[in-house]
Design a protein. Structure first.
Length: 498
């Protein structure tokens, strides 16, 4: 996959969940189509979303309950009304939260599945599209549907706490569950059918308007997920399904105690034995749904940092060797000629071998301007140091503070080099100057977070790593960009051939 296969352009990073909607969370409905129209108006070629898997405790899309499934919360309810599966009155009976600028996940958890069950009751289960969808995806969907039905039956407890015979997937016990829970199992299939039906309509529309969708593929899966339950042999788990070690990030200047992510670790030997079949199927699924793919935590391909399960911080962890080029090759085989973006900046500790593997993979590397201005003129994130254009450059990402928030705390002394580099004189000028800097770079793709396009402060931050409780909630209000701001972005896209 050479650089020539990627169209030079710019785009916006915005989670689907962050779109405006009257029902507490952004969906795949009209607001998503309007956002595509906005991108076209702004002369943007790319929309990057965050992972869209079903979220669990902590609400992180990087801890999904399935590496394949879509989040039922994102199903557009108005479309179900148009299909006569719901009435507007039924939807309005529920509380969807009181703050239009933040998602209330507790409310989602309480009410979203109830309303979708109402729609399912009226749905024709003999629908040809539905039957075909179940058949086409049965290799991952059957496990997921059963997992979700069992989770509900067991009061949403983690699968490690389920009865022994179900936890260990004993065939007789599972056959009995499939019989008893038949209708519940089919409900979860209905949710996936509607999610993917709505997603493919949105993608078709975006593509027809010249917008490509960039998906985000988490490196790890959640511990409490259909994948770890159904394929426990592919993960480093004990006989009870518990990990001895979990994924973490080393302490660095962004987090002094490091981060304990808590994801289970892959058993690479086991995965290699079947040619990384699970990874290949997963990536095929992603390739079917997106135009380009961002692979999270590329460092994990080389080596992963891990800490004992239950550790409160990331001190005293150790490293585990990754699968390297073998997995890179398996992914390339699965996705064909799709553009792949490697999140190779994620670890602030330089891991030997990452740059070498990236070069061999021919995937696009990643640069983040927010990391560029430490006063070192050789900093790899500074545009004058980019060696080639086969890159994606971000002003900041979902894990960072917003541009306004990040630079607000800096002293004039700390900002001196940035002012000189960007040819500006004040903090107020930083957001626009950074966006311009990204657009002007040689990088094939320049992506700006929606919060930064709107020049919002840290109240709009998407995620603060190593914290739980207030992440992943930010939502775009109906206040759109004013015309002068739109004209400015359009002009930048034109000036820098984006």
């Amino acid at each position: 996959m050479g650089a020539q296969n990627i169209t030079r352009g710019s785009g916006i990073l915005l989670a689907v969940s962050s779109l405006p909607s009257p029902y507490g969370i952004g969906t795949l409905g009209k607001a998503a189509f309007r956002f595509v129209d906005l991108l076209v108006d702004l002369k943007q070629k790319y929309w990057q979303v965050l992972p869209m898997g079903p979220t669990s405790y902590g609400d992180s899309p990087y801890q999904a309950m399935s590496a394949f499934a879509g989040n039922p919360y994102l199903i557009d309810l108005d479309e179900l009304v148009e299909e006569h599966l719901l009435t507007a009155e039924e939807i309005h009976c529920y509380n969807w939260g009181t703050d239009e600028s933040a998602i209330d996940y507790a409310v989602m958890f309480e009410n979203r599945i109830h309303i979708l069950k109402k729609a399912y009751e009226r749905f024709n289960q003999e629908d040809a599209g539905f039957v075909s969808f179940l058949e086409r995806n049965q290799d991952w969907l059957e496990d997921y549907m059963l997992f979700m039905a069992l989770k509900e039956q067991h009061e949403n407890k983690c699968w490690q706490e389920w009865p022994e015979e179900i936890k260990k997937k004993q065939p007789v016990a599972l056959a009995k569950c499939r019989k008893v829970l038949y209708n519940d199992i089919r409900f979860w299939g209905f949710c996936q059918y509607k999610f993917y039906e709505q997603w493919s309509k949105l993608r078709e529309y975006a593509n027809s308007r010249g917008v490509q969708l960039i998906g985000d593929v988490p490196f790890y899966v959640g511990l409490d997920s259909a994948d770890t339950w159904a394929h426990s042999e592919l993960f480093q788990l004990d006989a009870d399904g518990n990990p001895t070690y979990v994924a973490a990030a080393v302490p660095d200047k962004f987090s002094e105690t490091g981060q304990v992510w808590g994801n289970p670790l892959y058993d690479w030997t086991q995965m290699e034995n079947d040619g990384f079949a699970w990874w290949r199927r997963r990536m095929e699924c992603c390739a079917e749904n997106f135009d380009l793919l961002r692979i999270d935590h590329f460092n994990g391909f080389v080596k992963s940092y891990m800490v004992p399960w239950g550790a409160e911080n990331a001190f005293g962890g150790k490293w585990q060797k990754g699968p390297g080029k073998k997995l890179v090759d398996a992914i390339r085989m699965a996705v064909g000629d799709k553009g792949l973006i490697a999140d190779d900046y994620g670890c602030k500790v330089l891991i030997p071998g990452v740059k070498k593997l990236l070069s061999k993979s021919e995937w696009m590397g990643t640069k983040v301007l927010m990391f560029a201005f430490d006063g070192d003129t050789a900093n790899e994130h500074l545009p004058h140091n980019y060696a080639d254009r086969h890159l994606t450059v971000y002003a900041g990402t979902h894990d960072n503070e917003t541009i306004v928030g990040y630079f607000r705390e800096k002293t004039e002394y700390e900002l001196a080099y940035l002012y000189e580099y960007l040819n500006i004189d004040s903090q107020e000028e930083i957001p626009d100057a950074l966006i311009r800097c990204a657009y002007a770079s040689i990088a094939d793709i320049a992506i700006i977070q929606m919060q930064d396009v709107l020049k919002l402060g840290n109240e709009a931050r998407m995620n603060a790593p190593a914290t739980v409780g207030y992440n992943w909630r930010w939502r775009l209000n109906k206040e759109q960009l004013d015309e002068s701001r739109r004209a400015w972005i359009r002009n930048l896209a034109a000036v820098y051939r984006r």
